[in-house]
Design a protein around this ligand. Structure first.
Ligand code: UD1
Length: 367
């Protein structure tokens, strides 16, 4: 049994690490399950890619498609052509894709058209917002997926109502949380911790990269100044995504309490999050991590494909209008933020459940 594991962008690397560890465990038990790791090259910087491979024990990819930056269509087409060429030369038995990035959808299409079954980890989540490329990626991927692994029962219900059969949906939990649990004890202080005199609960973490928040210069300026005002007297640490950096450089926004940094490695970033007073973000994955670590999280989006982070966890959606920032931060600064709980099966064992299901599904035997 040969499985292709697809990874292209930063959040994917965090999700494939426990899957690879779980497959290796079964290999050591004598189960005939092999994998090839395909890196599409969607993210390619050391900070966006290599550091995750090093820290999260991910082996060197067997193939790197080197697609790099480009429009949605350029990236999608480049990944599809590159992966198809690999499959034509040496087909695999299953293509496993994770999450909702362009690489997820592109590889699922290439595999499916060559009659190779597709498994989607984190299938079924929906924001309902078709202006996000990720929502299109989710819907297209799920429409051709054969085996779904879901993080919540809600995701499974979404799939059922779109006509997917109950037998092909497996509620396994959250692989991103597997990684968090496994590496939590290895989280490490970034160098800026001492430079900025940080201590537990005396700073906020900010991340922004979605077009709705960063592509309009004036709005981004206003968003950041509202955040600086509302977090006073605390520092705001802002690890800047490459997409946002390009725009910030043009704007020259600077405040004494706002500290920019390059994108941080996994262990350093999560050290910062774990010890922060709060997180302000437009990411999806970070809202899952703050939920599990019990850190207050303000999300600058109108919708989320991860509603459990709000209904169960510490996350609150406040939309993208900068005027909503001040009241939310006041509530947090006054100590009135909810404490939250942890969603079902977010227990660090999702990848093991996935591999068990695959072994069952493909009836894999010992050597
Ligand atoms: C992608 C994902 C998004 C995910 C995010 C995490 C899609 C549609 N979006 O968005 O879901 O939350 O990754 O980071 O797949 N760039 C670099 N170096 C890199 C990677 C990118 O400089 O290593 C630059 C590119 O030149 C581009 C910009 O960052 O201008 C955006 O990269 P891209 O992969 O297109 O999408 P993201 O915004 O990162």
């Amino acid at each position: 049994m040969l499985i292709d594991i697809i990874a292209g962008a930063r959040p994917n690397f965090i999700k494939i690490s426990p899957l690879i560890a779980a497959i290796r465990k079964k290999q050591n038990e004598g189960i005939n399950i092999q994998f090839r790791l395909i890196h599409t090259g969607q993210h390619y910087d050391k900070n966006m890619s290599d550091s995750f491979f090093e820290q999260l024990d991910i082996p060197n990819p067997d193939f790197n498609l080197g697609v790099g930056s480009g429009t949605q269509a350029v990236q999608t087409a480049g990944i599809m052509v590159g992966y198809e060429a690999i499959l034509l030369k040496s087909p695999s038995n299953l293509c496993v894709v994770v999450g909702d990035v362009t690489s997820t959808m592109a590889c699922a299409i290439s595999a499916k058209k060559l009659l190779i079954p597709v498994a989607h980890i984190e299938g079924g989540i929906r924001s309902g917002d078709m202006t996000m490329p990720e929502e299109v990626n989710r819907i297209v991927t799920d429409s051709i997926t054969d085996i779904f692994f879901t993080t919540t029962t809600w995701a499974g219900d979404n799939l059922l109502s779109s006509g997917v059969s109950k037998e092909s949906i497996h509620f396994v939990g959250n692989v991103m949380i597997d990684t968090l649990r496994k590496y939590e004890s290895a989280f490490s202080k970034p160098s800026l911790w001492d430079i900025e005199n940080l201590s537990k609960g005396n700073y906020f973490v900010l991340t922004l990269h979605r077009p709705a928040n960063v592509d309009a210069a004036e709005k981004l300026k206003l968003t950041i100044s509202e955040i600086v005002k509302g977090t006073n007297p605390n520092l705001v640490i802002f690890p800047v995504h490459p997409r946002t950096r390009k725009i910030l450089e043009e704007l020259e926004i600077s405040f004494e309490s706002l500290k920019y940094s390059d994108p941080l490695s996994y262990l350093e970033f999560n050290y910062l999050v774990k010890n922060a007073k709060g997180v302000i973000t437009d990411s999806g994955g970070i809202t899952e991590e703050t939920t599990v670590m019990g850190v207050p999280c303000i999300t600058l989006r109108d919708n989320t494909e991860r509603p459990e982070t709000c209904s169960i966890g510490t996350n609150e959606l406040i939309g993208t209008d900068p005027s909503a920032i001040s009241p939310a931060l006041k509530k947090l600064q006054d100590g009135n933020w909810k404490h939250g709980g942890i969603p079902e099966k977010w227990d660090g064992k999702a990848a093991e459940r996935i591999v068990d299901k695959l072994i069952q599904h493909f009836d894999l035997r010992l050597f």
